[in-house]
Design a protein around this ligand. Sequence first.
Ligand code: SF4
Length: 81
Amino acid sequence: MCDLAPGEATRYVGDDPMRVIVDQDLCEGNAVCQHHAPEIFSVGDDDKARVLIEHPDETLRAKAELAVKRCPRAAIRIVED
Ligand code: SF4
């Protein structure tokens, strides 16, 4: 279950995949992103989220976008390179 707009999770952006960015200054290490998208995010011992896959493929878009929406610090961005 997710709250993405219809069609949003399957949107294709061509050959250039999305890029996932975590603002380390905003991140508070609560691991919400890791919970929703463990393929993409991992929280380190320093309580900061790391991006494991900077350019996830489209199959992970829904999870990445859910992490963006659920991050309580608005620390995650998806950039279309
Ligand atoms: S959900 Fe946001 S604040 Fe929490 S660990 Fe992930 S990036 Fe950091």
